[in-house]
Ligand binder design. Sequence first.
Ligand code: GLC
Length: 566
Amino acid sequence: MSTPTTTADAAVPLHDAPDHETQAWWRDAVTYQVYIRSFADGSGDGIGDIAGLRSRLGYLADLGVDAIWINPWYPSPMADGGYDVADYRAIEPVFGTLAEADGLIADAHDLGLRVMLDIVPNHTSDRHEWFQAALAAGPGSPERARYHFRDGTGPNGDQPPNNWHSLFGGRAWTRVTDPDGRPGQWYLHLFAAEQPDLNWTNPQVRREFEAVLRFWFDRGVDGFRIDVAHALAKKADLPDLAQPLPADESNPEPDHPYWNRSAVHDIYRGWREVADSYDPPRAFVAEAWVRDPERLALYVRPDELHTTFNFPFLQAPWRAADMHAAIDSTMAALAAVGAPATWVLSNHDVARQVSRYARVQGEVPGFNLDDLAGLPADLEVGHRRARAAAMLMLALPGGAYLYQGEELGLPEVEDLPDEVLADPTWTRSHNTRRGRDGCRVPIPWSGKTAPFGFSSMGAEAAWLPQPATFGQHAVAVLDQQPDSILNLYRRALRIRRQHPALGDGELEWLDSPRDTLMFIRRPDFRCVVNFGADPIRLPLDGTIILASTDVPDETLPPDTCAWLVP
Ligand code: GLC
């Protein structure tokens, strides 16, 4: 018997919708990440925008997600793809207007989609009015006290105040020129020089961000993703690091002077009060790269944030033992504080999973293109594993995030020409690290040539060039293939929405053969994954309702996930 991936949805019983219809929708929502610049271009300038996104909301509702998260859409000089915000209460003109944003929120709500925005509290743009005022006001001023300004060290103060490095390369300090033209103080930036770090011990900073949250909550926004949520609190006096190069962000030593300091938690308790003052309450998801599950769980205690991305899962090699460990340790730590897990396989900062899983697993030193480049890749294997990984993720208890294009099976674009690279990593590393543009290439919708329907108004080229191979991943092409990855995601999301065992809840592992994982979700749902190199005899009874590849004669091929009901 061959069980096609297009198995009968009829086998899935229909039940009342679970949490996604309730106030605790965030406990099991599937949220689709929209990298707005690269999603859909409605104006024809080759850059994605709100008009484009509005025109494609039907696609997202039909895909079966519960919410969208939109990467920063505020006015920005785009030194770091919009993570350099010049005004937190307005819309970048390239993306549209505030009126269009209001229209988008209303349209999304009409389709039953919740809307999360991205808030960037660790730093502003150097064009933000606060930073401009700080430059003008001079040393010792209240304006400078909202950032981290320090005198330099060494003769004439021409050495930076400490030995910290920017995450994008180079040092974490830039010296300003005073109004009289003389070299002045230095300011801290953990990221690009255009992203000065805010001083979160300053009460004005706290008040301002709580007001920004209210500004958007008042417009109907359902929640926020919090950018580098684990970096806001800095150790007093900004001491030198013993090891000056950027520490592994997700695994720093305790008492690291900027990663994951306990003072961040008080900030988020304040934010929770703001979110809870709304009806319905608004929700948060933290971007906190914190490897230790117990320390990550501190962010989602009952009076803090609602959810936090599970990056250990994203970082785990495609191997049964690693995946098992990442899932178990997360679930145990989060259960202790009553929070749901939030699974994610990719985002705009990491190489796409097809390309990560295309490499020999466990030997890749990281999850960025710069870690993968040069290692042999088998994209077919990567694609097969990405299909299985998506089904595994969507069967786990809790919520999940999808990054635009993963449902199209897009690979990382590894050969963008040097001259188009926009990630500040490229220039700040003196052209030694190519950075994150390869996962930010505009997604293909239709047609045989670039821009593959990305620009509806006939623009000739998208802001990053799409490879010719993107044509075979276009939505219009995958629509027509019953077993395409897009149709697999649609089916999995539909089953997930209908089956009472899926979403929030518990998981029970079953003993399973080597290189496989097997678990039950009650009632009546089973998931099995074969991570090994060899096919195995299906180790579970039941009817397959969905499988990531064909399951011929009860034999589960390598890199395959199957969902079963009794
Ligand atoms: C987060 C964002 C990333 C950005 C950085 C600085 O990690 O996801 O894209 O470069 O913060 O804001």
